[in-house]
Design a protein around this ligand. Structure first.
Ligand SMILES: Nc1nc2c(ncn2[C@@H]2O[C@H](COP(=O)(O)OP(=O)(O)OP(=O)(O)O)[C@@H](O)[C@H]2O)c(=O)[nH]1
Ligand SMILES: [Zn+2]
Length: 366
């Protein structure tokens, strides 16, 4: 394996020069163990690495901490854990704004070249959600690809129609009609997988992400363990690689954050869907207008003018209910995530304390 197989390029090389002078080694982070990271080097060897106190300190927010996909400068001199002395500028970054009031950015994976959204042309297809995905990918600077999958189960015309509608949302996206069982999904993805190119798959549950990933891996490779809803255990085990270099060239990235993309996308999508009606409601005469028989109702006026589709209005009235259902269904999952975030924060603090102790010791030695 070479650095290029791992995604190294001229830009990284240039930025790395000062680190090389210090005798540091380039490595790519392939897993996040919370206490430490897994770092892969050119020789294919993986080292456990921890952040230096400086890297931790220089990060102004969590998003600036090293993440899976990052290129880092490793100090290999410590016998046990290697030390991350610096992080190279991200050439792309898949991230989300954390839910709730927090506006903090949550990094999902970095230096991803292609994000492939998998959907089916039927029940899963939701153009609003697709817009959200495109927004996320656009922000990341990765190339957007869509697989309209399970084509073997649907009418050819329906597949075409779905693909056209998706394409209309984003002229930059490559939209493919595929089937995992017929091998065309694998074919489509392969066309993006040159050595060093990193790809990740997002989309709803059951659309075929794991199936096509397994075909890429050429075996039933277990990426991440299923999370146990009760204990929250099972993820971030040291065995779970989040970045895998494929035998035929190319890199597949998958981790719990990527797995969760569809969940928060769905909620935002739901709220977004009626943004125009919410705006209209602001023009109602009474702020507590029920949009029924109230005087001066802007929504009813729009309905009467034919500017507003009655079916959409019905949907708007059910929005709160729908969101409540969505949230209820997700509550268990959410609790697991929160628990994990708490645990992560604790680990980070511990990790930092650990580093500071080591740094202090080093200072005394000098
Ligand atoms: N007929 C047909 N079935 C497919 C295709 N792709 C996936 N499936 C089936 O759909 C089901 C779900 O596929 P998965 O690969 O587990 O879906 P996923 O997107 O990974 O789902 P999560 O792991 O829940 O996120 C499996 O039974 C697959 O065999 C396809 O192209 N055609
Ligand atoms: Zn009204």
């Amino acid at each position: 394996m070479t650095l290029e197989d791992l995604g190294w390029n001229d830009q990284f090389a240039k930025e790395f020069k000062p680190y090389a002078k210090e005798g540091l080694t380039p490595a790519r982070l392939i897993r996040d163990n919370k206490i430490s990271y897994g770092a892969l080097m050119a020789d294919g060897e993986e080292r456990e690495a921890i952040m230096s106190g400086k890297v931790y300190h220089d990060a102004e927010c969590d998003a600036e901490l090293p993440a899976v996909g990052d290129w880092v400068a490793l100090d290999l001199s410590p016998e046990k854990e290697a030390v991350i002395r610096g992080r190279l500028t991200r050439q792309s970054c898949l991230s989300r704004k954390a839910s709730g009031k927090s506006t903090e950015e949550q990094v999902i994976a970095t230096n991803v070249d292609v994000v492939a959204v998998v959907t089916d042309p039927g029940p899963d297809l939701n153009l609003r959600r697709m817009e959200r995905y495109f927004a996320l990918i656009g922000r990341s600077k990765a190339h957007p690809v869509v697989l309209v999958n399970k084509a073997d189960l649907f009418d050819e015309d329906d597949c075409r129609e779905a693909a056209d509608a998706i394409q209309a949302l984003n002229p930059d996206a490559d939209v493919h009609i595929t089937s995992v069982v017929e091998g065309t999904a694998l074919e489509a993805l392969r066309s993006y997988l040159a050595p060093g190119k990193s790809i990740t798959l997002i989309g709803s549950s059951g659309v075929g992400k794991s199936s096509v990933a397994n075909q890429l891996l050429g075996e039933d490779y277990q990426w991440t363990d299923d999370v146990n809803e009760l204990t929250g255990k099972g993820r971030h085990t040291t065995t779970a690689r989040e970045l895998i270099v494929l035998d035929d060239g190319g890199i597949l990235i998958d981790n719990p954050g990527i797995r969760e993309v569809h969940m928060w996308t769905d909620e935002t999508t739901l709220r977004d869907r009626f943004a125009d009606i919410s705006k209209l409601a602001e023009q109602c005469k009474f702020h507590d207008c029920k949009h029924g028989t109230d005087k001066g109702c802007a929504i009813r006026a729009a309905l009467e003018r034919g500017d507003l589709d009655p079916a959409r209005f019905e949907g708007f009235l059910k929005l709160d209910e729908e969101i409540a259902t969505l949230l209820a269904n997700r509550k268990k999952r959410q609790m697991t995530i929160e628990r994990r975030t708490k645990r992560d924060k604790h680990s980070r603090a511990k990790k930092y304390q650990l580093r500071r102790d080591i740094d202090d010791e080093e200072r005394y030695v000098k």
